[in-house]
Design a protein around this ligand. Structure first.
Ligand SMILES: Nc1ncnc2c1ncn2[C@@H]1O[C@H](COP(=O)(O)OP(=O)(O)OP(=O)(O)O)[C@@H](O)[C@H]1O
Ligand SMILES: [Zn+2]
Length: 580
């Protein structure tokens, strides 16, 4: 309540400042434009060129010349001034400080100021101010989004995870009976245009519940408390419907890590975020409300959001690989008259790093071109032209990715990791290797380390280092020492962490002994030189080993890399058969 009172003073104050500034600059601009020195004014009077003068107590006087020009001059404030003018036949007006032109903005200013004060005082005194209700977001539920899972191509893993939620919403009683905790929040993360909104819509439709969509930035307000109020409003509306899917796009607008935020306005954001968290913890398990939030980056979100009972399911929605792109193109070409020469497979090949939205855009642009030409069909030529248009419109950082050499380097780098894994620790399953960039970096491989171990052996840790070095080693073998890239920075970070831990915490090297170096360092009894020597000699030796290993298996490395170039993503079965 206090907060609203505060706002009811702030708002008119803002009006006063804005209109005051406008008025002042308006007046200043008039004066600046047509200010003349007093001396020149007098000489004009002497020449008989002045017809009227408006005398006031202000600093300046308004003057009208015989040929109708208005100008201003300094006010001499002398006793004889008026007489002098009258003798020269000048008409003199007294007390007219404001000219008609000035009266208009001044009166607008006062009317607005007055009415806004009245408005906000009256409304503000009614507790939950109605003035804020005016700005309350239009979170009207959509009964049927019209999007089902069939309207989403690719994204198979994300789709599966979302489908699991359908049953939770439909039959919450079933899970409540077993006292299972309902998932309350899901975060979809990944690059723009990859289908996050589609997934949320499909979830609502498939579960047969209303769909509320809002944007995180709608909650970011200047006035403390408004965002939080809107959150409560939204959840109230959803509860009235019983079950629902609430979709919050751009959750980072309210859910950024508290430390990462600028000082200003964080109070408001904290309140909004807290309101969201407490609304979510307030769900009853039978309720059947699921909140789906979307963001481009998971790592910027506040940890409080990601805890169990809040947004505890995190689903990556990545860029489509060649196969998924083909499916998306087919989906968006379904209701379009495609000519015989249209080769969607080839188009899928050309569109590396395109998002689903870009592919949809591509089909649409081609359709527009065909329509403009009154062509019977959409042809490959239209699609090629549209391809250039869409590419030109894409952000630079997206475009620079589309470079065959980068693709080749990524393919060898990732193939290097996968192959070293298979060679040094065949018991580890390589789930998936891809050259499609994810939020984690340019490419990626998913490794399944057998989880049923409490301890890691020295050999395992050394193997992990070798696997991490495999990317850089493959680059060096194929492209040469001088062509190695920055792509290995994440790997090098992992290597450093592992080898340091082996020395400093696990006492796994003879030269550094069975000592905890964190303790020694805190006592100032050790210099980092010794550690550094052991670190670099260990890693160098391992790197040599990896280079040898990959060199002798270069044929397998080539096979893997080429397959990756062709398919962009390969899965464990194929990986195994390629390295067998
Ligand atoms: N996997 C997909 N299958 C089919 N169409 C897709 C797919 N991904 C994106 N699209 C197309 O792109 C459009 C935009 O997708 P959507 O709004 O779901 O992306 P988003 O991930 O929510 O993006 P943003 O982060 O920008 O909000 C969709 O309306 C659809 O036409
Ligand atoms: Zn790597």
């Amino acid at each position: 309540m206090n907060k609203h009172k505060k706002a009811s003073i702030i708002i008119p104050a803002i009006f006063v400042v804005i209109f005051g500034t406008i008025l002042l600059s308006y007046r200043a601009s008039i004066k600046n434009k047509s200010m003349i020195p007093y001396k020149s004014f007098i000489s004009e009077v002497e020449k008989g060129n002045v017809s009227e003068v408006y005398i006031s107590n202000g600093e300046t006087l308004k003057v009208r010349s015989k040929n109708g020009i208005t100008f201003y001059t300094e006010n001499p404030r002398s006793q004889t001034f008026k007489e002098r003018l009258l003798l020269k036949g000048v008409r003199v007006h007294e007390g007219g400080t404001l000219s008609p032109v000035e009266v208009i903005p001044v009166s607008i200013f006062f009317v607005l100021m007055f009415s806004s004060i009245v408005y906000f005082t009256v409304k503000g005194s009614k507790g939950q101010s109605r003035a804020f209700k005016l700005s309350s977001i239009e979170a009207e539920p959509v009964k049927d989004t019209g999007i089902s899972f069939n309207n989403i191509a690719g994204n198979d893993e994300a789709k599966e995870s979302m489908k699991e939620l359908v049953d939770f919403i439909k039959n919450p009683e079933k899970y409540a009976k077993y006292n299972a905790r309902m998932p309350r929040g899901v975060i979809l993360y990944g690059p723009p245009g990859t289908g996050k909104t589609l997934l949320a819509k499909a979830l609502a439709r498939e579960a047969g519940v209303p769909y509320f969509a809002v944007n995180g930035s709608d909650f970011v307000q200047i006035y403390v408390g408004v965002g939080a109020g809107r959150i409560r409003d939204l959840f109230k509306k959803a509860r009235e419907k019983g079950k629902a899917v609430i979709f919050i796009d751009e959750i980072d607008a309210i859910g950024k890590k508290r430390s990462a935020r600028a000082e200003g306005g964080s109070d408001e954001k904290d309140q909004t975020l807290n309101a969201l968290l407490s609304e979510m913890s307030g769900f009853k398990d039978r309720e059947g409300i699921v909140v789906v939030a979307a963001t481009n980056r998971l790592d910027v979100l506040d940890d409080a959001l990601l805890r169990p009972g809040r947004f505890d399911r995190h689903i990556e929605v990545g860029l489509p690989d060649i196969n998924a792109r083909y499916k998306i193109l087919k989906l968006h070409g379904r209701n379009k008259p495609l000519g015989e020469n249209v080769d969607l497979k080839r188009l899928a090949q050309m569109t590396v790093y395109f998002s689903g939205a870009m592919l949809e855009n591509l089909m649409n642009e081609a359709a527009i071109l065909a329509a403009r030409e009154n062509s019977e069909y959409i042809t490959m030529e239209h699609l090629n032209k549209a391809y250039s248009t869409v590419l030109a419109g894409a952000e630079k950082k997206d475009r620079s990715f589309i470079n065959d050499r980068d693709k080749l380097i990524t393919a060898y780098h990732e193939a290097g990791h996968a192959l070293v894994t298979k060679l040094v620790s065949p018991e580890n399953k390589v789930e998936k290797v891809t050259i499609i960039p994810s939020t984690k970096g340019a490419g990626g491989y998913t490794l399944n380390i057998p989880p049923d171990r409490i301890y890691h052996t020295r050999t395992q840790l050394l193997n992990n280092i070798k696997i991490a070095l495999g990317g850089r080693a493959a680059e060096e073998i194929i492209f040469g020492k001088d062509e190695i890239t920055t792509g290995a920075s994440g790997d090098i970070q992992n290597v450093t962490n592992t080898v340091l831990a082996m020395i400093k915490q696990y006492g796994m090297f003879k030269d550094t002994g069975l000592l905890n170096y964190d303790i020694l360092e805190s006592q100032g009894t050790v210099s980092s030189g010794e550690i550094l020597k052991v670190c670099s000699s260990t890693v160098n030796e391992l790197y040599e080993e990896v280079i040898n290993l990959l060199s002798t298996n270069k044929d397998k490395l080539n096979k893997l890399a080429l397959k990756l170039l062709e398919k962009e993503t390969i899965y464990s079965d194929e990986i195994d058969s390629l390295v067998a």
